[in-house]
Design a protein around this ligand. Structure first.
Ligand code: DGJ
Length: 747
């Protein structure tokens, strides 16, 4: 890995074994991009990559040069209105009403490692040798604003992280009305755009389209990253697939309003923009102030979508997630939400916990409804004191009882919200986000606390701290169940109202930071009505997130498959729930519910007392299986084999670091009759190693080499293909199998 600056040609070259990133200082002092992609040899001069041309309808920067227009070069942080007409990365409203800026190169610095970003989550290094950071400073002379562009290249993998910092060294205040994290201009439009979109209970479904001239974008202006879109997009070459071909992944380490956009201009250059959504955003920068954008992470891979995903997984698992739980196997939990909803008593909870313990569960999580007057969703939010009618010995007593059963205890909070029917709201009606003289809309009968205010965050911290200190609590589920409307803070002046959305998220991060620092052993799981804030920002504080409120095994195939493009298996909260399922009312077999949930953090979302003895026996076996394989599943390499978006069969597998062991999930939504013979071409194995195979725990005859399984394939034909095998049970709708592969010994 190296970062080289060539004084003569004014070229920066960041490279490691996988990638090269080349920039140059343009004739007007702006920073231009020359290349980003697979590693190329270093040389002094790459100026031929700057294509300067004279074309009709072009405006030129200087009187003497009929070729240099910002419109026709690739810019590192585009500005609008000084010959470039693409959407810009930055816009600054000045006192005289002008929005023009002109950021001219001033200098650069290179440091080992990676600096922290003020108040924001970001990837990090543990050893300075893991990465190098280049900071390039540019100045707009008229306003005195200095723009610092930060680039980190990691020693290993095709990873570049970027962010921008704007510092006001001038004499007058300005309003930033746009400050994105990344602007990357690519030389052509020969890409397929992939986004991960959906809705509540249908999160992160994969959608693709060919890039065309014009703008394609996904975004959120809901105050959270949202169920609708994820702050993650992919541009892949049309010939790239799971295993090969050039792919670029763009991910934003942020949990609030975002924009991810690709603009293909008239000459087929593609500009990618990623960062805080400019809609509704402004930030007043007084003299001396600075503004730091969130971090954007770009992964380049020549090993297709799978290669890109595994690079994200490694980075986000080891250098974004932090703390005690980062590298630990996740506890198998039981959550009472779908078992009781609000209808809970201590007796019921202990009955659920007791049975769960007998089956091998490790952690009991008490969900919504334990506090204040919270017997339904109209009251109690904000009053984080135990409801002693429901829990006579409080949380302290219940936690002790759960611990006495031999389980750990976890608790649900929704720290950012308040019901009007609560003591907190009655004491502080001005603490919610609300616009003066306007109606306030409710969502699930709740209102959003103004987390842009320090005293509000302090108060919630105080209440949570007290509970956490008072009881043996090992886990927190942090929920967030509505989007922000009528966004306005009574604590900020008129010219700072555009800051509220971002300040709100900074408040959320601040509370997370303080709680995780005060209680480093607590495992945090993020949640926002399921997957409404499943983003890298929260992964920094909470190493796992409840991926979706949809716990149906078939629906989960798409949700977990889509999620896996950016996020590691260890971050995907996944549970076995009751049948018929509570969201889609589908009846799926118990084995399939577990076979899907294994590829995540794994747990149960039901009352095991309601299962038959035979089913409870199966649950015990499932838990034993997960205990045995969770390290491999949660920290192995993940390979997608068959997409639920393309057919009736889904398959994926996790392979251990040393390639000696693998666990594979195979799922068929509808059973068929007289189907074609079927095979899966496996991935990630060692070509040379002979593997033994177990199907649903039963040994299959023979030994199979890695090359054989990857090229000739694993035969998955079964009774639906006419195959009569005494070992295998007959197939059914919503069927699935787990294959275990081991290079030696017994599973
Ligand atoms: C939404 C979450 O996603 C559910 O799992 C549950 O915690 C409810 N909120 C509780 O209100």
């Amino acid at each position: 890995m190296a970062i080289i600056f060539n004084e003569k040609t004014k070229t920066f070259h960041l490279y490691n074994e996988d990638i090269s990133y080349l920039m140059t200082i343009l004739p007007n002092g702006h920073l231009g991009n020359l290349y980003f992609g697979g590693r190329i040899h270093h040389k002094e001069d790459f100026s031929y990559l700057l294509e300067l041309s004279c074309r009709p309808m072009t405006s030129y920067v200087s009187d003497n040069d009929q070729r240099f227009s910002l419109e026709h070069v690739r810019l590192e942080y585009g500005v609008y209105g000084t010959t470039d007409f693409r959407h810009p990365a930055v816009e600054i409203l000045q006192k005289n009403g002008s929005r023009i800026s002109d950021f001219v190169y001033r200098g650069y610095g290179i440091t080992d490692g990676k600096p922290k970003l003020d108040g924001l989550p970001a990837t990090y290094t543990e050893d300075p040798a893991e990465a190098q950071t280049l900071t390039i400073s540019l100045e707009d002379k008229v306003t005195g604003i200095v723009l610092e562009l930060l680039y980190t290249i990691f020693a290993r993998g095709g990873i570049i992280t970027r962010s921008a910092r704007l510092v006001n060294h001038g004499k007058e205040s300005v309003q930033l009305t746009r400050a994105l994290s990344l602007c990357l201009d690519l030389p052509d439009r020969d890409h397929v755009w992939i986004q991960f979109s959906g809705a509540w209970a249908r999160e992160r479904h994969l959608k693709t389209r060919k890039l065309e001239q014009g703008i394609q974008a996904v975004d959120s202006i809901r105050g959270h990253s949202s169920h609708d879109h994820n702050p993650f997009i992919v541009l892949k070459r049309p010939n790239a697939d799971e295993n090969q071909g050039e792919v670029l992944g763009f991910s934003l380490v942020y949990s609030g309003n975002f924009l991810a956009q690709a603009q293909v201009d008239t000459h087929d250059t593609t500009r990618v923009l990623l960062g805080i959504h400019p809609f509704g955003f402004s930030w007043k920068l007084d003299p001396g102030d600075r503004f730091q954008t969130p971090e954007a992470v770009v992964v380049w891979s020549r090993k297709g979508l799978g290669g890109m995903s595994r690079t994200f997984h490694g980075l986000y698992q080891k250098r974004l997630a932090r703390g005690y739980w980062r590298d630990r196997e996740r506890p198998i939990l039981i959550n009472n939400w779908e078992a009781t909803y609000f209808d809970l008593t201590e007796e019921k909870l202990l009955a659920i916990a007791g049975r769960a313990k007998e089956c091998g569960v490790e952690l009991f999580v008490l969900d919504d409804g334990w506090f204040g007057a919270r017997s339904n969703d109209r009251a109690g939010l904000g009053d984080w004191t135990p409801n002693l009618e429901r829990l006579p010995d409080g949380i302290t007593g219940l936690a002790d009882k759960i611990e006495a059963l031999g389980l750990r205890f976890g608790l649900w909070f929704e720290p950012e919200m308040v019901n009007k029917d609560s003591d907190l709201y009655r004491a502080h009606p001005d603490w919610i986000l609300q616009t003066p003289d306007r109606h306030s809309s409710q969502g699930r009968f709740q209102y959003v606390l103004d987390f842009s205010r320090r005293e509000v965050v302090d108060c919630i911290y105080g209440m949570m701290h007290k509970i956490l200190r008072s009881a043996k609590i090992s886990y927190i589920k942090w929920d967030m169940n509505r989007s922000i409307t009528e966004c306005y803070s009574s604590a900020l002046p008129a010219d700072r109202q555009g800051e509220v959305f971002h300040r709100y998220i900074l408040g959320v991060y601040d509370l997370y930071e303080r709680l995780t620092a005060a209680f480093p052993h607590i495992l945090f799981e993020s949640c926002a009505s399921g997957g409404g804030r499943f983003d890298p920002g929260l992964l920094y504080y909470a190493p796992q997130g409840w991926a979706s409120d949809d716990s149906d095994a078939v629906e989960r195939l798409k949700i977990q498959y889509g999620t896996s493009f950016c996020y590691p298996v260890s971050s995907i909260g996944s549970h076995v729930s009751m049948t018929p399922n509570h969201q889609v009312f589908r009846k799926t077999p118990l084995h399939t519910r577990a076979n899907v949930a294994y590829f995540g953090t794994f747990g149960y979302e039901l009352d095991l007392n309601r299962l038959t003895d035979e089913e409870q026996k199966i649950v015990k076996e499932q838990i034993l299986f997960m205990k045995k394989y969770r390290r491999l599943i949660q920290s192995g390499r993940f390979y997608r084999l068959r997409s639920p978006f393309e057919g009736n069969v889904t398959a994926w597998m996790c392979v251990s670091e040393d390639k000696r062991e693998a666990v594979l999930g195979w799922y068929r939504v509808l059973n068929g009759v007289n189907l074609p013979y079927s095979r899966l071409y496996l991935d990630g194995l060692d070509e040379e190693l002979p593997y033994h195979i177990w199907v649903d725990g039963k040994a299959r005859d023979g030994v199979y080499h890695g090359d054989e399984l990857m090229r000739a394939g694993l035969v998955t034909s079964d009774s639906a293909c006419g195959e009569v095998s005494p070992d295998e049970r007959p197939g059914c709708d919503f069927d699935s199998k787990i294959y275990v592969l081991r290079a030696e010994g017994q599973p």
